[in-house]
Design a protein around this ligand. Structure first.
Ligand code: GRF
Length: 218
């Protein structure tokens, strides 16, 4: 079966991109990364893409006065790659409803919390402040509101005594690196679909998806 073509948008380190590249390196994986685009010139993720032999490029958003103009160029570039799905992986630009609607149900994101808790930034600090005992990460379809949209998968990790934002974020990140490829696999195999603003997972994939929740790094 033809692999699903995926473009990844990044702004920085690109460790989730690396997890996706590593998963896609397996010839049996149902998706392939056709392009990596960063809005930051020096993003480490661009180097990771090049090392994996994936086309890596940079669009400087500061050159555009209007957010829409930047997105029009981004959209044209994405279309040119033949991407069927866009995966945001630490892409630090808010996307307008125009762009989000254009890629509706073909645009996914990873967020470092168990949504709908802790939308926005500094999720680990806020989880510690609130004293939650379970934290984690979410992969979801993107909607115009920030960190909103149908949830594809979640991975939970414990908050341990003595944790600080650094130790907790490292634990969540390890889970993210399992979760994102697993969710991409579900989508690329056509086993996860949006119906009435919820993601339906096929019965034969449900056990795998559920095991992520409690055993993300196992
Ligand atoms: C991750 O924590 C991801 O959940 C969030 O931004 C961070 C990106 O890290 N959206 P990396 O660039 O993938 O290493």
């Amino acid at each position: 079966m033809a692999k699903m073509k995926v473009a990844v948008l990044i702004s920085g380190r690109g460790s989730n991109l690396q997890a996706l590249l590593d998963a896609c390196a397996d010839e049996d994986f149902p998706a392939e990364i056709v392009a990596v685009i960063s809005n930051k010139a020096g993003a480490q993720g661009l180097e990771r893409a090049r090392k994996a032999g994936v086309a890596a490029s940079f669009i400087d958003h500061t050159l555009y006065e209007e957010r829409e103009a930047f997105e029009k160029d981004l959209d044209a570039k994405l279309k040119g790659t033949g991407a069927q799905l866009i995966a945001l992986a630490g892409f630090m630009r808010i996307l307008t409803p125009w762009f989000v609607d254009r890629w509706k149900d073909r645009l996914i994101n990873i967020h470092p919390s168990l949504l709908p808790s802790f939308r926005g930034v500094h999720t680990h600090e806020r989880a510690l402040e609130q004293g939650v005992r379970i934290h984690g990460a979410t992969v979801h379809y993107v909607r115009p509101d920030m960190d909103d949209g149908p949830i594809i998968g979640q991975a939970a990790v414990p908050v341990l005594p003595g944790d600080d934002a650094e130790t907790l974020s490292a634990r969540v990140l390890e889970a993210e690196h399992k979760l994102y490829p697993a969710c991409l696999k579900l989508i690329a195999e056509g086993k996860a679909r949006v119906t009435a603003e919820r993601v339906k997972i096929d019965k034969d994939a449900a056990a795998d998806a559920a095991s992520l929740l409690t055993n993300p790094v196992g």
